[in-house]
Design a protein. Structure first.
Length: 288
């Protein structure tokens, strides 16, 4: 269903015309009643009836609002300009808000790409851009948005893992919220075009593991963080040991054979990599 403009007239001008016609009809009715002119009395009565019918065509449109007009089941058009208007009498005028609307979805329990049960919720920002579709193509466009938003959120959540434990370059729900939000926006836009709705933005606002696995997955996250930190420490220690040996060789401070270098590397690595509070024992005597 496409939008089209309905025939309309400025409401204040319509009021003036209606008042003039009503005044003429009332005056004529009184005059012709005295002269017993039946035909003119009928004409005056018809004019009064037309004025009464015309009054049903007046409507007020607020800013960011549309009125969808139907006459006895026939779609006539839409009024989107704010103001006071006179349109086709006897029309049924359905009000549709064109304002931006925020929808917070319920927390849904779904399985991510790896099959882990997670809880996820999103906020969807949308507005109606085709009021005719919103009224005629779906039963209730608000409910349609809510239902399709939850369906789209379930679909997107199942396409990505919660976290990228095995591949740092893989898109995950937790670490790539912008990419996931953009994908969710595109998915919802395709679903909601039928209702004449434009999705302005869709973002994940809640993300967590389900309670039954939350504890174990937290331990997994902590273990990954510890391993990442230890890797940084070890990489730094290797660079420091290499730098120390290279500097000793360049400045001829001491001559070290391969076995002494190995012992030195062992001592330095133990000293650098050990946890805070540990007291590593370093061999300061001969290695022979």
């Amino acid at each position: 269903m496409q939008e089209k403009n309905i025939l309309k007239l400025n409401g204040f001008m319509g009021v003036i015309i209606a008042v003039i016609v009503a005044a003429v009809a009332i005056f004529s009715f009184r005059e012709f009643a005295i002269s017993d002119n039946i035909i003119m009395l009928i004409i005056a009565a018809i004019l009064l009836l037309l004025v009464g019918v015309t009054v049903t065509g007046f409507t007020v449109v607020q800013p960011n609002q549309a009125k969808v007009c139907t006459l006895f089941g026939t779609y006539l058009g839409v009024i989107k300009q704010e103001g006071f208007w006179l349109t086709v009498p006897l029309t049924l005028k359905k009000k549709v808000s064109l304002r931006v609307i925020n929808f917070n979805s319920d927390r849904l329990k779904v399985n991510d790409l790896e099959g882990n049960p997670i809880e996820i919720a999103a906020v969807v920002v949308y507005k109606v851009v085709n009021s005719a579709k919103a009224v005629f193509d779906v039963e209730d466009y608000h409910q349609f948005v809510h239902t399709q938003s939850e369906a789209g959120l379930r679909h997107i959540a199942s396409q990505y893992p919660y976290d990228n434990f095995n591949n740092d370059f893989e898109v995950s729900l937790r670490q790539h919220s912008d990419e996931v939000g953009n994908e969710l926006t595109k998915d919802l836009q395709e679903r909601l075009m039928l209702a004449g709705v434009e999705v302005i933005e869709a973002r994940i606002m809640h993300l967590a593991y389900s309670s039954e696995i939350a504890s174990s997955m937290l331990q997994r996250q902590q273990a990954k963080a510890v391993l990442a930190a230890r890797k940084v420490i070890v990489d730094g220690a290797v660079l420091m040991v290499k730098s120390a040996i290279d500097q000793l060789n360049e400045e001829n401070v001491v001559e070290l054979d391969e076995e002494k270098k190995a012992q030195m590397v062992n001592n330095l690595m133990v000293a650098l990599v050990s946890e805070k509070g540990n007291q590593p024992i370093v061999n300061t005597g001969t290695i022979y």
